[in-house]
Design a protein around this ligand. Structure first.
Ligand code: ZN
Length: 476
């Protein structure tokens, strides 16, 4: 009798049929008690895992040590680099409960998932580490029998030590956030010219050759002016040095494939096609191979709500950015993709389906929504905590959220609580989206949330899968 049949016949454990696998040593598969997901292991394979001996099999926690053993047995449970060719989709799982549902959704598409994807900001606010995040992703692909591979993104890292740590933790993708190295371009003409003049003569000459005298930029309908070139060299000079140092000091010496994403999006100023071209050409000159580049597109990409801006202008510029990405070989990347329902088809079309799209906080908001429908008392506590900490949370995120526009809790009946999370109710959606660190920072509240998720396991997973489907269907 197989391990799965044995468990089904002799225990009340729920089994996840897609997970069961084995070799000549034994079998392993995932099961669930009322409150916990575990791995059941039989035969000699038991020696490789640690857990409770149940007689014929071992019941093992989905912890880090057991994950490493799982990685040894099934290489598809190890994160990999996705590369420049395949389109990819980043999903965040701040709570550690969303990955299996996300895997089920992505399995219905041709996209490859970045399942473990947390920025330092998210890790700090949730008190988690990169290895923990990868543990959750590895067990999720195993549970769902998803063998196409997944990546692990050290997201929005700004310095070499941060990146070195992420690489040590096993990240297979590095998103370099250049925002600290980008100079503000508020400087006047004189200053820009002085900045340019301070560059070594050979560098200046090369810049002038490439951007002012060459006809190559015309391929993208671009024409550089002297002033424009001065500005780009000053604004992007430091970022290019950082890109070069990270690539040659950390990524190349790592000696394994690593996806390298250049993020220019966390700045105030829109990345113009000229700026994108400048960065692309300079990277090529330095021999840096980026996997993807995330410009700051025109308009606003705020958390938890749809795009704010001129869609026609976005469509027009996105096409130029996509053509450039194609020409230089990397993928065009879009950040803050959650709930950007109007933008997802735009990037899919502009890139001909070769893109990277990141979503992050949406699985958290889905959990909040599920709680608002099924545990009004818990939702009210979370909402109150969120309001208390809104001002602090706004230091981390650029949002328009205004608490005075949110209907007071005591005027809303239990049955109407879910409306706080309705699309279009931007203030309350953003309130609940950005305060996750403070809500989870209250140990009693955190326990209640996790207890809720454990007792409404299927419900949350199916809502999360549906939410992912809604995004992914727009990218087809
Ligand atoms: Zn970003």
């Amino acid at each position: 009798m197989s391990l799965m049949e044995d468990l089904q016949r002799t225990t009340k454990l729920r089994v996840f049929p897609r997970s069961f696998a084995g070799n000549e040593l034994g079998e392993i598969g995932m099961v669930r008690t009322e409150t916990e997901t575990l791995a059941a292991v039989s035969g000699k394979l038991r020696e490789k895992f640690s857990g409770r001996d149940m007689g014929g099999y071992l019941l093992c926690p989905t912890d880090h040590g057991n994950r490493l053993a799982l990685n040894e047995l099934f290489p598809f449970t190890k994160p990999v680099a996705i590369g420049r060719k395949a389109a990819s989709f980043g999903l965040g799982d701040r709570l550690g409960y969303a990955n299996p549902a996300q895997v089920r959704a992505i399995a219905k598409t041709e996209l490859l998932p970045v399942l473990a994807q947390q920025s330092l900001r998210e890790l700090t606010l949730t008190g988690r580490t990169n290895p923990q995040v990868i543990d959750v992703a590895a067990w999720a692909v195993f549970r769902e029998g998803f063998r196409k591979g997944f990546a692990s993104d050290g997201d929005h890292l700004k310095s070499k030590p941060e990146i070195a740590d992420a690489l040590k933790a096993g990240c297979t993708m590095i998103t370099l956030d250049c925002s600290l190295a980008l100079k503000s371009c508020a400087a006047g003409e004189r200053e820009l010219e002085a900045g340019f003049e301070s560059l070594p003569a050979a560098v200046r000459k090369a810049y002038e050759e490439t951007y002012l005298r060459s006809r190559a930029p015309e391929e993208f309908g671009l024409k550089f002016t002297k002033g424009g070139l001065y500005k780009l060299s000053v604004v992007y000079g430091g970022a290019l040095e950082l890109i070069r140092d990270v690539y040659f000091d950390l990524l190349v010496p790592a000696g394994r494939p690593i996806d390298f994403e250049i993020s220019l999006d966390e700045t105030v100023e829109t990345t113009s096609p000229e700026a994108h071209y400048f960065v692309a050409v300079e990277m090529e000159k330095m021999g840096v191979e980026a996997t993807s580049v995330a410009p700051k597109f025109v308009g606003e990409f705020q958390k938890a709500i749809d795009y704010i801006g001129d869609l026609d202008e976005l469509r027009r510029t996105m096409k130029i950015h996509a053509a450039m990405a194609d020409r230089f070989g990397y993928k065009l990347s879009l950040h803050s993709g959650s709930e950007k329902y109007s933008v997802l088809p735009v990037i899919a079309r502009a890139t001909g389906g070769r893109f990277h799209v990141k979503t992050a906080g949406t699985s958290w908001l889905e959990a909040v929504e599920t709680i608002s429908k099924h545990d009004p008392a818990l939702y009210r506590k979370m909402h109150r905590t969120a309001l208390q900490h809104l001002d602090d949370a706004k230091k981390f995120y650029v949002v328009h959220c205004d608490a005075s526009r949110i209907p007071p809790l005591d005027t809303v009946s239990d049955g109407d609580l879910p409306h706080y999370l309705d699309l279009g109710n931007n203030d309350s959606r953003q309130l609940m989206h950005i305060t996750y660190g403070f809500i989870l920072g209250d140990p009693a509240l955190k326990k209640e949330i996790f207890d809720f998720l454990n007792s409404h396991f299927d419900l949350y997973e199916s809502e999360e899968e549906e939410l992912c489907d809604r995004h992914l269907n727009l990218l087809k």
